[in-house]
Every structure is written in C-alpha cells, then in structure tokens.
Design a protein around this ligand. Structure first.
Ligand code: ATP
Length: 194
C-alpha cells in the first residue's frame, strides 16, 4: 500500500495550491474538506444521524445539506459542533481508506485543514505544513473570498496557532513569495520524500 503524506495549513496558507501542483507532478491527492462536503449528501446513514442531531432543516426539501443552517446552529456551540464532527469525521476517514485502496502510486497525499487537530498525522508517513505570514494569508483570503479583515481574523483565531503546527510538521513550506517559488519548493519536497 502507498505511503500517505498529510498536507495541511491554516486558512489562506496555500495548501490547496500546493495540492494542485502535487497533482501536476503526477501524484494523487485526496481533498478531505471537499470530500466531506460531498459525503454529507451521499451517505444516507449520515443524513439520518445529522438530522437527528440538528433537526430536519439540516437538509432542504431536495434532500441537500443546508450548509448555512448547519453553520448557524454550530456557530458558537462547541458541544454541538463536536457532536457533528463526531459523525462526519469517521465517515471521511472511512472514505479516505477506500480511496487509498484504489491508488497505485507509491505516494498519495491527503489534504486536510485539520491534520494535527485531529491527530491524523499519526496515520501518515510524513506531514507537510504550508504556512505564510499572517498578514499575507489575510490578504490572500480577503482577495479570494471577499471576506472582511474581521471575518478572516475570527477564523484564524479558531485555528491551531502556526507555531504549534510548525513544531509538529515533518516538512514546512514557507509560502511568502510567489507561485513560481511555491511550485519549485513543492516539487523539491515531493521528490525528496523517501
Ligand atoms: P483555505 O484553507 O482557505 O481553503 P488554502 O490553504 O487552501 O486556503 P489556497 O486557496 O491554496 O489556500 O490559497 C489562498 C489564496 O492565495 C488563493 O487565491 C491562491 O491562489 C493564493 N495564493 C496562494 N499562494 C500564493 C502565492 N505564493 N502567491 C500568490 N498567491 C497565492
């Protein structure tokens, strides 16, 4: 079975950009956060349990996950968020395991914002952290999402501090310059993994 490399970073760090480069280099990437968004709509058992936790309104009349409603419910309700995560995270983990079984490359990458928070790095051969200065991440997210300074700041404050992630990571990509540099650093790191 392939070696699993965890790929993580805080909001606006550039982890998705790095993941796309990694795919360009020919390696498969599992996008955990993206998959989680699909899984809540695909898995019937999950739907039932989420409705049980949050109410019928967690899904709209077409049976589609009502992200806005759920976000509103769990915002500032740590306990409810934990319960929701307790339903969703194992489903994603299971989905990832099935995905890995289908891969044929010697290395596969798992992109997830919560690699260290969920201790998913324990199941990885190596971890890669993408990081950048706060003000740079801030600007990139404001430009990308049209979010305000305060909105981005609120998200950043909820995430694990960069200094803690830096201590836990096997490889660190400092993404403070431009996309050419980022691609070059990524290529070096990926092909140096042994
Ligand atoms: P999130 O957790 O919010 O999804 P992310 O870590 O996946 O963020 P990306 O979406 O890859 O981050 O990058 C954030 C934004 O910054 C994107 O619009 C991306 O194109 C841009 N960006 C990333 N790295 C660079 C760079 N080195 N130079 C210029 N723009 C960059």
């Amino acid at each position: 079975s392939p070696k699993i490399i965890g790929l993580t970073g805080g909001i606006g760090s550039g982890k998705t950009t790095v993941a796309k480069f990694i795919e360009e280099f020919g390696f498969p990437v599992y996008y955990s956060d993206e998959r989680a968004k699909d899984i809540v709509n695909e898995n019937e058992d999950l739907k039932v349990r989420i409705k049980g936790l949050l109410g019928e309104e967690a899904y709209d009349e077409n049976g589609t996950y009502n992200r806005k409603f759920v976000a509103g419910k769990v915002f500032n309700n740590k306990n409810l968020l934990e319960q929701l995560n307790h339903i969703i995270h194992p489903a994603v983990r299971h989905d990832f395991e099935n995905w890995v079984k289908k891969q044929t490359k010697y290395l596969v990458f798992k992109e997830t914002a919560l690699l260290f928070e969920l201790k998913l790095n324990k199941d990885c051969y190596k971890s890669i952290l993408v990081t950048a200065e706060d003000n740079i991440r801030m600007k990139r997210v404001m430009d990308r999402d049209g979010k305000t300074y305060r909105e981005v700041q609120a998200i950043m404050e909820k995430q694990m501090p960069e200094k803690d992630k830096i201590k836990l990571a096997d490889c660190i990509i400092y993404n403070n310059t431009n996309l050419e540099d980022l691609k070059e650093i990524t290529e070096k790191i990926v092909f140096d993994i042994e």
